[in-house]
Design a protein around this ligand. Structure first.
Ligand SMILES: [Zn+2]
Ligand SMILES: [Zn+2]
Length: 342
């Protein structure tokens, strides 16, 4: 009942918003103030996605590992975040909720959405206790729930219901979110695997996909991509992670589907949209810190040449391989770029 009312309200607001946008552009004003920004943070192996809504509201979907927590806080502060309106714990794995304590310590939070799956780990207990201690509003939204926030429709596509007895129950009970703003939409697929994917009858066409489960083979299949028809996809994973993410099968399917593929290895991936067009860019770690110092090198898989992150001859995203040092690049059989590497 509630959902229905919200959706009807949302459609109306979207129409109003589109009218407002049309009026604004008719007067030649910039639409940048009313943009939606989705930033997939480089948290190493894990997930953390920071969303800034058109009127400045914020949502954080996962917070990376406990080790990455301070980095998440630092990034949000550098983006002038003062509070988090909606904090989402997609599922209780430590690479998604480990950083929550640092985040809860650093920012006031409006409300928490949790998958409702009880993993029983100390990490999850500490997280839930911290939410309880701060008396933050807490909900377990299921598929069918939606909310309009600052002109953006937030829909929960999964969990349809909690499921048990799968290969990985924690992942298969993830909160999967769809955000839509005007004509541009996002699917934040958390760590959803095959079994959970099958519980969702239909995935609407989506502009940008945060690839499920760090690019694992069980997070992506051809039928899923055929429904989504994404234009860009972002894989959140760490360099040289022990799981071998992203898996070759998933990358091949995404490439066959013709998407622009990005990874968070070496920097955050930022998508910005005015509801009509969208841009995707990678913010390299060295730019973020504003330091001259080169913190890593980028190799070109085809030419086998490696560059500093500041070089103007960087290879395309899909051709990149990241090295922590020049020695590591040389050892891997790459030779230095004559222009940028001293
Ligand atoms: Zn994960
Ligand atoms: Zn997981």
């Amino acid at each position: 009942m509630r959902t229905e009312t919200l959706q009807r309200g949302t459609r109306f607001s979207v129409i109003l918003l589109l009218c407002a946008a049309a009026l604004l552009s008719a007067f030649g004003q910039a639409a940048s103030a009313s943009a939606l920004t989705v930033r997939v943070l480089d948290v190493g192996q894990g997930d953390s996605i920071f969303v800034v809504f058109p009127d400045g509201g914020t949502m954080l979907v996962d917070a990376g590992t406990a080790e990455a927590g301070p980095r998440v806080v630092e990034t949000l502060r550098s983006l002038d975040a003062e509070k988090i309106d909606i904090l989402v714990a997609t599922h209780p794995h430590s690479d998604h909720i480990g950083g929550m304590l640092a985040v809860l310590d650093a920012f006031p939070v409006g409300k928490v959405w949790d998958s409702g799956y009880v993993h029983g780990t100390r990490t999850q207990q500490l997280f839930l206790q911290a939410v309880l201690d701060r008396k933050i509003r807490f909900g377990r939204p299921k598929a069918g729930f939606s909310e309009e926030f600052q002109g953006v429709l937030i829909e929960v596509l999964a969990p349809v219901k909690l499921i048990y007895g799968t290969d990985a129950d924690v992942n298969n009970n993830s909160i999967v979110l769809r955000l839509s703003f005007g004509e541009v939409s996002f699917l934040l697929a958390a760590d959803m695997e095959t079994e959970q994917r099958r519980t969702v009858r239909r995935f609407p066409e989506t502009t940008v996909l945060k690839v499920a489960h760090h690019g694992s083979h069980n997070g992506t299949d051809a039928r899923f991509l055929a429904m989504l028809r994404p234009k860009a996809a972002i894989i959140s994973c760490g360099a040289e992670n022990p799981y071998g993410h992203p898996h070759r099968e998933a990358v091949a399917l995404l490439e066959e589907a013709g998407v622009d593929l990005f990874t968070t290895i070496g920097g955050d991936v930022v998508v910005e949209t005015d509801g009509i067009e969208f841009t995707v860019r990678k913010v390299l770690e060295s730019e973020k810190s504003g330091q001259e110092k080169v913190r890593f090198y980028i190799g070109n898989r085809s030419s086998r040449v490696f560059h500093t992150s500041a070089c103007d001859g960087l290879p395309s995203e899909r051709n990149r391989v990241y090295f922590k040092s020049a020695e590591e690049a040389v050892k891997a059989g790459y030779r230095p770029c004559g222009r940028c590497v001293q």
